[in-house]
Design a protein around this ligand. Structure first.
Ligand SMILES: NC(=O)C1=CN([C@@H]2O[C@H](COP(=O)(O)OP(=O)(O)OC[C@H]3O[C@@H](n4cnc5c(N)ncnc54)[C@H](OP(=O)(O)O)[C@@H]3O)[C@@H](O)[C@H]2O)C=CC1
Ligand SMILES: O=C(O)[C@@H]1CCC=N1
Length: 278
């Protein structure tokens, strides 16, 4: 895997999103807050006006017409659910030219499937981001399509690097990326909630328990990222001989904590593969 995070100016880039849901909002708000793209250069489309106000508060244009997004954008993010990729691309395909870059964030949907639905030679980049892009702490991996050039991959990497990390990998790894970092925030949120519940069970007020649980996860992740040390080694340093942590670790091991997480990543990866076959 190669890290791709060069910087240059993209503020004049016209960016569109087809599908104005949770992920489109997270990426839009992230790149606007990072100052990389002018909000007035962004347009999103969705048949449902549910998120219209949120996008307009960012200064981003909202329409119910996917074709307007294509007409007004150079880089177009396909941010509908996987089952809507085909109908949406069929709707706009005749308007896509070689000047456009199509970025798909749809779980499981292969580059070949997208390319087949678009004019020959269309530049496509497949990406698996995650929701922490909203707070500039995303983790994304991209795979360029057959007609995308290195500058296209670099541009997409630059956008996503403004809201977290962005790696490039072979497309065959993207379903596993989906199972790990795409879905992973949900595992972490569940862990934070459960740790807070434990604190509440042992008498802590809810707000204190939640604050401590979230900060503990943040701090632990930061230590792994910033020290580069193995998480097992960092875990050992918390475990005093005969102390509280090793006692708790024993309970986690007996309950299959690590095996559950491995199983979860495997199950999500397989589900992404299934989504790509539908
Ligand atoms: N959520 C996440 O954490 C991540 C999601 N993804 C991928 O991102 C994509 C979007 O996910 P997410 O944002 O969670 O989903 P959402 O359901 O929140 O967003 C999708 C939006 O697309 C709208 N939509 C439906 N039909 C059309 C259409 N014909 N044209 C334009 N928009 C349409 C939906 O409207 P309506 O609800 O009315 O149908 C909805 O608002 C998915 O493919 C998912 O696999 C990738 C990484 C992480
Ligand atoms: O749950 C899903 O299918 C999407 C893809 C990764 C995160 N959310």
């Amino acid at each position: 895997m190669a890290s791709t995070s060069e910087t240059c100016c993209t503020t004049d880039l016209k960016v569109g999103f087809m599908g104005a849901g949770r992920m489109a909002y997270a990426i839009t708000r992230g790149i606007v807050n990072a100052g990389l793209v002018r909000p007035s250069n962004i347009i999103v489309s969705d048949p449902s006006p549910l998120m219209k106000n949120e996008f307009e508060e960012l200064g981003v244009a909202f329409t119910d017409d996917n074709k307007e997004v294509v007409a007004r954008s150079q880089l177009i993010v396909l941010s509908v659910k996987p089952n809507m990729v085909k109908p949406v691309l069929q709707e706009v395909s005749s308007l896509i030219s070689k000047d456009n870059i199509i970025v798909s964030i749809a779980a499981g949907i292969k580059l070949a499937t997208i390319e087949e639905l678009l004019p020959s030679g269309t530049r496509v980049v497949r990406v698996m981001p995650n929701t922490p892009v909203l707070v500039q702490a995303g983790a994304a991996v991209l795979a360029p399509g057959s007609a995308a050039n290195p500058r296209d991959a670099q541009l997409v990497a630059q956008l996503l690097s403004s809201v977290g990390i962005c790696e490039q990998a072979s497309e065959k790894l993207l379903d596993a990326v989906t199972g790990l970092s795409g879905s992973g925030p949900a595992y972490a949120f569940a862990a934070i909630e459960a740790m807070a519940d434990g604190g509440v069970k042992m008498g802590l007020p809810r707000d204190l328990a939640m604050k401590l649980a979230a900060q503990t996860m943040l701090g632990a992740a930061k230590m792994v990222v910033e020290t580069g040390r193995h998480p097992g080694q960092l875990k050992d340093e918390v475990c005093s001989p005969g102390g509280t942590t090793i006692t708790a670790m024993h309970v986690l091991e007996k309950n299959g904590f690590r095996a559950s997480l491995i199983d979860a990543v495997e199950a999500a990866t397989k589900r992404a593969e299934e989504l790509g076959q539908q």
